[in-house]
Design a protein. Sequence first.
Length: 198
Amino acid sequence: MRVRTVIVLVASASMWAAPVRATVPPPVPVDSVPLEQSEDPAVIAPSPITVPSAVTTLPEGCAPAVEPQIVFVGTVLRVSGTVAVYRVEQVRAGADLGGELGVEYGSDAQFLSSGATYLVGAESDAQTGVLSSKVREERLLFGGDAVLGETDTAASCPTFEDPIRTLNVDGSEIPSGVLVGITENLWRYVLVIALSVL
């Protein structure tokens, strides 16, 4: 009987006892790092890095840098007139436009060699859609805008390197001087001069 009384008392005490509440752990601040992280690299999310010195604000009245539509490494298949046709080996930036691309160079096409591999930054003409690039750096004649007084502003504008260029794969410039090509045909020039003297 005593055992029954004890069981009945324990059962009734548990019914009348205060309800049990689950405890919630305190919230973890968002910027804190948990002590244990998973070893799986896919689980660890990289934190964004902001370098304040890398953010550039252009002064008022300054033009932003020109961006190429595509930057690729390509091998010249053929040069006809002012157009070079490339087999695209690797796209570095921009949309992949296909296996072969024609790029308009104007008179700069004479400096490209069939079979050679180049790093090409090209822009697309807004009206025709034709890709164009250049080998030679544009030179300002007679002081450029300074002669006209167009640079007389309170803000000094930054200068940007022209990305619409074709370079060797290592980033060096393609030889484009006046005497380029003479060494290949030097014997012809010597022969012409010798015959004209005789």
